[in-house]
Design a protein around this ligand. Structure first.
Ligand code: 13P
Length: 287
């Protein structure tokens, strides 16, 4: 059964560790993450972007697949199925489709509109027992080859959004999605500290988990980060393992072209990446 992320994140914040959100793109990805979480006895959040949802033929397909897979693999650790960077319409569609957790990313709206829309979704999610993540201060990333810097959130705006009763809050602290550029200034711990001082027990979310040095991850957790999102690193390890398999000509040998064999090295690589992150985040054994 899929669960809201509330309990696992409340425990993580109190216990000074973070739960990983790993984004899924297909069945193999999902299976690798679920099996690793179970093996390590760790809670886990499966993230689904709107694009990935569309790719997998819709949110209903994703919810049905994940729900059935948790059951058929005998997964007993807490698993939340979470919409990543949802639009207002996407959030409503995922609530309808059976997701157990929602992110509404209203960071591109003026703060008043972000607050109004988040407030409406808090009421719906509360009624249905779903967790809700809100965002303040945009998270940078690459668009058309240009890497935008992550904007730092205003701690007072963070407090205003946290006070709406959201479950967790993503706040920009200089983090960006994808690979970090060589001249990246690093995370702004000053901003994170100020946000935590204003938002108290609220679990904070760190997006752009790929490529953040280990010491910065640990410091962020010590300053209230209880959920860390990882996507690009799983994609890179999947691509690298698949490339090696093909370059070695294994797809042309024996039955190596069988999709189950062709995708196996990538699936194993994702397991290794997820394990490494769960160990770093401290969620192993916390289910
Ligand atoms: P990365 O792709 O940088 O790991 O970021 C993932 C993320 O924050 C998804 O919301």
């Amino acid at each position: 059964m899929l669960v809201s992320a509330k309990e696992m994140l409340t425990k993580a914040k109190a216990g000074h560790y973070a739960v990983g959100q790993f984004n899924i793109n297909n069945l193999e990805w999902t299976k690798s993450i679920l099996l690793t979480a179970q093996e390590l006895n760790s809670p886990v959040i499966l993230g689904v972007s709107e694009g990935a949802g569309k790719y997998m033929t819709g949110f209903k397909t994703v919810a049905a697949m994940v729900d059935a897979m948790v059951d058929s693999l005998g997964i007993t650790v807490p698993v939340a199925l979470h919409l990543d960077h949802g639009s207002y319409e996407g959030a409503k569609a995922c609530i309808e489709a059976g997701f157990s957790s929602i992110m509404f990313d209203g960071s591109h709206y003026p703060i008043d509109e972000n607050i109004a829309k988040t407030k409406e979704l808090v009421a719906i999610c509360n009624e249905k027992g779903l967790s809700l993540e809100a965002e303040v201060g945009s998270i940078g990333g690459e668009e058309d080859g240009v890497v935008g810097a992550g904007e730092c959130a205003d701690p007072d705006e963070c407090k205003a959004v946290a006070d709406l009763g959201v479950t967790m809050l993503a706040a920009g602290i200089g983090n960006i999605h994808g690979k970090y550029p060589d001249n990246w200034a690093g995370l702004s711990f000053e901003t994170l500290d100020a946000i935590q001082a204003k938002t108290g027990d609220m679990p904070l979310v760190l997006h752009g988990g790929t490529g953040i040095p280990e010491d910065m991850i640990k410091k962020a957790i010590s300053l209230g980060v209880a959920k860390i999102n990882v996507n690009t690193e799983c994609q890179l390890s999947f691509a690298e393992a698949t490339r090696k398999y093909i370059e070695a000509g294994k797809d042309l040998e024996g039955k190596g072209f069988d999709p189950r064999k062709l995708l196996a090295p990538g699936a194993e690589a994702i397991k290794a990446t997820v394990k490494e992150k769960m160990e770093l985040f401290g969620s192993v054994g916390k289910a």
